[in-house]
Design a protein around this ligand. Structure first.
Ligand SMILES: Cc1ncc(COP(=O)(O)O)c(C=O)c1O
Length: 488
């Protein structure tokens, strides 16, 4: 069968490639050709059963409660899937000329405008493929901004001690020196400590708000003012935006750059469920450094890919975006509308506070303050009194059919469990989670040794974590057996 291949030479929309008809073996070296796959001839029902069985081997939001703090494992509406499967979207070729892709370009443009308005930024690039990719994109923009201002001596990035690990990693990857600032006993960034490190070497301050303890940085305006006074830029890690959409905007808090995780806040699947998307927003001063191309609107109302952006940092990936991730996120935006998105944020906050109130007599809640979309609790006193660790509780929750909360992070809380219920969970689910935790804490006091044997009912039991860690450091992969034993 003839297939479409791309020949180098003439200029197509994607650069130096144009589509041409032909058989693969006419164009490719034989070493690059694949053998025909011996696909079995099966009835549709057999295929459906095969894939449904496979899907049930994985833990998924569609199967049970998934309170993985910081990861915002929210429900992925089936409507999003239906819309993203429209042939007009799935059959679109990435090199289609602008005129043949007007609907797709319009959708991208409308999504970009919606994000700009929801987060108070001047413009967004939809190009970055994940949150960390958004961070690194924004750090490259900051570098370019300072280079153009002949302020290349600004070589330092400030990161609070509660930040997600990707923040210091992204800053370091673009060559910034990373300076950590501590948090206070209230679980907020220490403003005085921040002010002390502000000098002519500061390029960017990366902040997450609400922070990784699930707490709103209530002195954010003072912090942005101080960083700006020192000539630095404020970067907003918007991975926690599920708590704030429709309620407040990073642009109004004074942020110059930000990223979002559409695969969290905007209900796009992630965690094995699909590719992510980490749009980057910029203030009007920084918009010209955004990756290119951007979708722009013509005077006649049509849309085109704007490649002519001389100050842009350039493309940060192949093709323009994870298009179907944007389609899903856009479906989420238009189904809920501004009021609905605000309501979702309020429900996420309500659910987190409800659960915090339910578990605080079981485990210590070190920053027992009104939280946003998530909260952290500590099993430190439980460990002291019984020897049972946060890890044992997390393993026990697996037997209750619940995905374990995020463990041992942020580092500022010992024996930490970070719980994020999200907005779609019912009160009955939250009550049942609290009851499972209550039963595990009771077992910890009555029969602590038995906790080391949990989980009892999962396909894979405990793994030898020390061995896994040692081998992972050496880059060796492992296979797990149901009894928890491992083979290289
Ligand atoms: C606060 C925060 N920032 C950044 C990231 C990185 O996002 P991604 O995993 O899409 O790279 C995460 C992911 O968990 C996060 O929670």
């Amino acid at each position: 069968m003839p297939s479409l291949l791309f020949e180098q030479g003439a200029r197509g929309r994607g650069g130096d490639f144009v589509a041409s008809e032909g058989r693969p073996d006419e164009f490719l070296d034989s070493s690059l050709l694949r053998d025909e796959l011996p696909l079995p001839d099966l009835a549709e029902i057999e295929v459906a059963r095969h894939f449904t069985t496979l899907s049930h081997r994985n833990f998924a939001v569609d199967l049970n409660f998934y309170p993985l703090g910081s990861c915002t494992m929210k429900y992925n509406p089936k409507l999003n899937e239906a819309v993203s499967g429209f042939p007009g979207f799935t059959d679109l070729h990435p090199f289609a000329p602008d005129e043949g892709a007007q609907g797709a370009l319009q959708l991208l443009w409308q999504m970009e405008r919606s994000l700009a308005s929801l987060f108070g930024m001047n413009a967004f690039s939809l190009m970055p493929a994940a949150g960390a990719h958004g961070e690194i994109t924004a750090m490259l923009m900051a570098k370019r901004y300072f280079a153009q201002r002949s302020e290349g001596g600004r070589d330092t990035c400030i990161v609070p001690d509660t930040a997600h690990g990707t923040n210091p990693a992204s800053a370091a990857m673009v060559g910034y020196r990373v300076l950590s600032v501590p948090s206070t006993s209230r679980g907020r960034t220490d403003v005085e400590a921040l002010k002390k490190v502000l000098d002519g070497r500061i390029a960017v301050c990366m902040m997450t708000n609400p922070n990784t303890l699930g707490l709103f940085e209530d002195e954010i305006m003072e912090m942005t003012q101080a960083v700006h006074d020192a000539g630095g830029l404020m970067y907003y890690d918007g991975a926690n935006a599920n708590a704030i959409v429709g309620l407040c905007r990073p642009g109004d808090m004074g942020f110059d750059l930000m990223h979002l995780n559409l695969h969290k806040t905007f209900s796009v699947p992630h965690g094995g469920g699909g590719p992510g998307s980490g749009p980057v927003g910029a203030s009007s001063e920084l918009t010209r450094y955004l990756p290119k191309p951007m979708v722009a609107k013509r005077a006649d109302g049509g849309f085109f890919l704007q490649h002519d952006m001389p100050d842009s940092i350039g493309a940060v990936r192949a093709f323009w975006t994870h298009f179907l991730a944007i389609v899903r996120a856009y479906a989420y935006v238009i189904v809920h509308g501004e009021e609905g998105l605000k309501r979702n944020s309020l429900l996420a906050v309500l659910n987190a506070n409800y659960l915090r109130a339910k578990v605080k007599d079981l485990l210590t809640v070190p920053y027992d303050d009104f939280c946003r979309h998530e909260f952290v609790c500590s099993a430190e006193s439980l460990k002291r009194e019984t020897g049972v660790r946060a890890l044992d509780l997390a393993k026990g929750l697996l037997d209750a059919g619940v995905h374990a909360p995020t463990m041992y992070w942020p580092h500022v809380v010992a024996e930490c469990l970070m719980i994020e219920p999200t907005e779609t969970e019912t009160r009955a689910t939250l009550d049942s989670f609290a009851e499972s935790l209550r039963a595990l804490v009771a077992t910890a006091y009555e029969d602590p040794q038995s906790m080391a044997r949990l989980p009892m009912h999962t396909a894979v039991r405990r793994v030898d974590e020390a061995r896994v860690g040692r081998l992972a450091n050496k880059g060796v992969g492992l296979r797990w057996s149901p009894d928890g034993s491992t083979a290289e």
